[in-house]
Design a protein around this ligand. Structure first.
Ligand SMILES: Cc1cc2nc3c(=O)[nH]c(=O)nc-3n(C[C@H](O)[C@H](O)[C@H](O)COP(=O)(O)OP(=O)(O)OC[C@H]3O[C@@H](n4cnc5c(N)ncnc54)[C@H](O)[C@@H]3O)c2cc1C
Length: 264
């Protein structure tokens, strides 16, 4: 069994700052981490290694220093790390990112059993790359997975959505995006870190992936970012202070809600 897990290096902040002139993310001076959702995807992959002896390959597309997160994956138990790094990948939108990663997966293994993604990256936040890769590879897709069992080449997975939970069964291979309700990520051991420090990371440039150059990076990205901004903090129409009489305060809130027609 071969499980491929895609992980992204992201700034260690939920409060991503945008350069208003270039409309690009400002990453300087912010520490980088493994995208938190991807830690859960990695954990599901490692659980498949524990229970089924699966081989776990971790892939990331990013600058050369993104090899740090692959070493973290190796320290926790992944078997290999592949870094897709090339100036030609720079400026990729979700379409170009999905294409590049799917090309790399095709090269790594044309028949992987399971490909795991985090639900979304905390910087780009689109949640499009997992579905994009599934589409390029023509594979079954399950989004928002919170538990997974595999037996006899079939999966049984719980997925979450706004109306509740679905329990889904089907045949491998498939692509899944993983939620934080999945089993908690493990810590790496000291020996894991020592092994990972010495391990070699496979580095692929654009030509290694067999991708068409015109579909990579900025050239292959139809998304045009016209403007990015943080929405202004909304003011409030009314301030209700609860000092002595909470019933009076509550009644005045109810009156405002009724006046706005939200509640009759
Ligand atoms: C409007 C907009 C502006 C942007 N501006 C910039 C910018 O200025 N600079 C910049 O660098 N980026 C920018 N991006 C981000 C870039 O397009 C995305 O980083 C990239 O396409 C992935 O999309 P995402 O971050 O939304 O990932 P999502 O689709 O939310 O990620 C889902 C999952 O896919 C996997 N994944 C995602 N990316 C990777 C990766 N690189 N390697 C491995 N696995 C991955 C992870 O498992 C992740 O959990 C921008 C994106 C948008 C939408």
């Amino acid at each position: 069994m071969h499980v491929i897990v895609c992980i992204k290096q992201v700034p260690d902040t939920a409060n991503v700052k945008i350069n208003p002139e270039t409309n690009t993310l400002m990453r300087d001076g912010v520490e980088s981490i493994v995208n938190p959702f991807d830690e859960y995807a990695l954990e599901l992959a490692l659980l498949m290694k524990d229970s089924h002896g699966a081989k776990v390959s971790a892939i990331t597309m990013g600058p050369p220093q993104a090899d740090v997160i692959l070493r973290e994956a190796l320290a926790r138990g992944a078997d290999e790390g592949i870094l897709l790094t090339d100036r030609a990948f720079a400026g990729a939108d979700t379409l170009a990112t999905s294409y590049t990663i799917s090309q790399a997966i095709k090269k790594l293994d044309s028949h992987p059993d399971l490909i795991l993604f985090g639900k979304q990256a905390i910087d780009g936040d689109t949640a499009q790359v997992g579905p994009g890769v599934a589409e390029y590879l023509g594979m079954t897709l399950l989004c928002n997975v919170k538990s997974l069992e595999i037996n006899n080449n079939r999966f049984r997975a719980e997925t979450s959505h706004e109306d509740g939970t679905d329990l889904l069964e089907g045949d491998l291979p498939c692509v899944m995006t993983v939620l934080k309700e999945a089993p908690a990520p493990r810590f790496a051991s000291l020996s894991g870190y020592i092994r990972a420090r010495k391990a070699s990371i496979t580095k692929w440039v654009a030509a290694d992936t067999g991708a068409e150059p015109s579909r990579l990076g900025l050239n292959g990205s139809p998304t045009k970012v016209v403007k990015i901004f943080s929405p202004p903090v909304r003011g409030c129409d009314m301030k209700c202070e609860w000092k002595k009489d909470k019933d009076k305060a509550l009644q005045s809130i109810i009156n405002v809600i009724k006046k706005k027609g939200v509640w009759k």
